[in-house]
Write a protein that binds this ligand. Sequence first.
Ligand SMILES: Cc1cc2nc3c(=O)[nH]c(=O)nc-3n(C[C@H](O)[C@H](O)[C@H](O)COP(=O)(O)OP(=O)(O)OC[C@H]3O[C@@H](n4cnc5c(N)ncnc54)[C@H](O)[C@@H]3O)c2cc1C
Length: 500
Amino acid sequence: MNVQTQIDATSPRTTEHFDVLIAGAGISGVGAAYHLTTQCPGTSFVALEAQKTFGGTWTTHRYPGIRSDSDLHTFGYRFKPWTSAPIASAAEILKYMGDVIEENDLAPHIRYQHTITSAKWSSAENLWTIEATRTDTGEKLRFTTNFFWMCQGYYRHTEGYTPEWKDMAKFKGRIVHPQKWPEDLDYKNKRVVVIGSGATAATLIPALAPDCAHVTMLQRSPTYFRTGRNAIEIAEELRKLQVDEKWIHEITRRKILFDQDAFTRKTFEEPEAAKKDLLSAVEAYLGKDYDIATHFTPKYRPWRQRIAFIPDGDLFQGIKSGKASVVTDEIDRFTEKGILLKSGKELEADIIVTATGFNLSANGDIEFAVDGKKLDFADTVTYRGMMFTGVPNLVWVFGYFRASWTLRVDLVADFVCRLLTHMKETGAKKVTPELRPEDHNMPLLPWIDPENFNPGYMMRGMHLLPKRGEKPEWQHNQDYWAEKDEFPSIDLKDKAFVYS
Ligand SMILES: Cc1cc2nc3c(=O)[nH]c(=O)nc-3n(C[C@H](O)[C@H](O)[C@H](O)COP(=O)(O)OP(=O)(O)OC[C@H]3O[C@@H](n4cnc5c(N)ncnc54)[C@H](O)[C@@H]3O)c2cc1C
C-alpha cells in the first residue's frame, strides 16, 4: 500500500492509493477481492463498504424467513463448495461468505462504514479520485485508484420502494417495508397483509403464517413460482458415495445449469408447455379445486420476470393450512382498518407489509465525473453489461436474473483480472470502451429488452441505465450459457478497447 500525504487545508487531508478499489462487500465485492488475490497477486486493493459488515443483500434484508430463491451451488462461488441444502437462509449465506473472507485473509482489505460519495476520473493523472464518508464518525476520506470495480449491486440499500396509495396515513396499524424490518415488530396473533407477489412475499408468507392470526398475500397480478424438494438428488447421491465436496460442487453446478438451460430454452421455444409444467407443480400442492387460474397464472411468458423457487412448497402449504390466503385485486385506498380493494371488499389488517420491491440504483448513489464533466450513465453504451463507453478503467458487476447472480461475479472477475494483466504487460494505464467506426450507426436501445425481462424496478429505472446496442458486445444479454464461452475469448485487442 502506498500512502501519500497531501498538504491541503480542507478535509480530507490524506489520500490513500490502491491499484484497484472495490465498491461494496456483498457477494460481488467479496468475490472480486478473492479473484484479485488469486489471479492478480501483488495488486494492492481495498473494498469500501457502507454497512457495518459484509453480505450486502443478505445483511440488509432481515425479515422473517429471509432466504435465497435460487440454489446455493450456483449462487455460491465456483471456487468454494456449497455443502448444505440448495435454498439457504441469509444466515447460512453470511456464514459461507465469512468463511471465504477468513480462508483467504480478505478482512484486512475491507473497510466497513465507508460510503463512497464521489468518483472522479482524471486523464491527466490516469486515476480515479474516490471520496468516502465514514458513517460512524462522519470523517471524509480520499482515495486514488487506477481501476474502479463497482460491486455495489443494483438497488438502494437505505430504503425500499413503496408506492403512494391514497389515504395511507389513515391506516391505524403499522406499515412495514421488508427492506427495513423493525426488530420489535410483533406479529403474533395479528392479521397481516403482505402486498406483493414476488420472491419476498413468497418467503414472508410461510414464515409469518404459523404465528400470526392470518396472513394475506395481496397481489395485483400473479407470479410464476418453481417448487420442489429443497435438495438436489445428484448431490445427495454423490455425498452417499463419499465423493469429495469439490467434485460434488462442480458436478452439481453442471447438472443444475444444464437443467436450467433446458428450461430457459423451453420458455422461449414452447412457452405454453413450460407454463403447464410450472402450474401443474402448484396444482400438486393446492389441489384441483383451488383457483390457480386467478391466483397463480400470470399473463406473461415464463421467465420475463424472475421465477422464485419455493422449497418444499411451503408457500402453498401455508395456503392449504388456512393460515395464509391469496387475494388478487387492486388497491383502491387505505382505510383506518386496512385496505379497500377496487372490487369493494375491505381487507382488515393490524400490519401491512409492502413487499413492493426496490429502488434501482445503477451507480451506488455515487456522483461520477470524467475529466471534470459530470457523468450520467444513461448517456453511455454498455460494453457487455460491465463497462461503459467514455468511462475509463471501470467495471460494474451486474449479475444474472435467469441464473444465479454470482455466476457472473466469477466470469466478470476473470475478465477484469485478464484485462489488468494485459494492461500491466503492455504498459497501458487507461482503457476506455468506445464504439468502433462500424458501430456508429447502430440503433441504441434501452439497457434490457422489456420483451425479454421486465420486472417493475427495472421498468421504473430503465431511464437511469446505460444504453445497449444491437450487437452482442454492446449488450447485457442475461445469457450465462452464451457468456461462459464468450467472456474467456473476448479479444482484449479489439478496437472497442481504446488504450493509452
Ligand atoms: C431478498 C433478496 C433475495 C435475493 N435472492 C437471490 C437469489 O437467491 N439468487 C440470486 O441470484 N440473486 C438473488 N437476489 C439478487 C441479489 O441482490 C444478488 O444476487 C446479490 O446478492 C447481489 O450481490 P452484490 O454484491 O452485487 O450486491 P448487494 O448484495 O446489493 O451488495 C452491494 C453492497 O454495496 C454496498 N454499497 C452500495 N453503494 C455503496 C457506496 N456508495 N459506498 C459503499 N458501499 C456501497 C451496499 O451497502 C452493499 O453491501 C436477491 C435479492 C434480494 C433483495
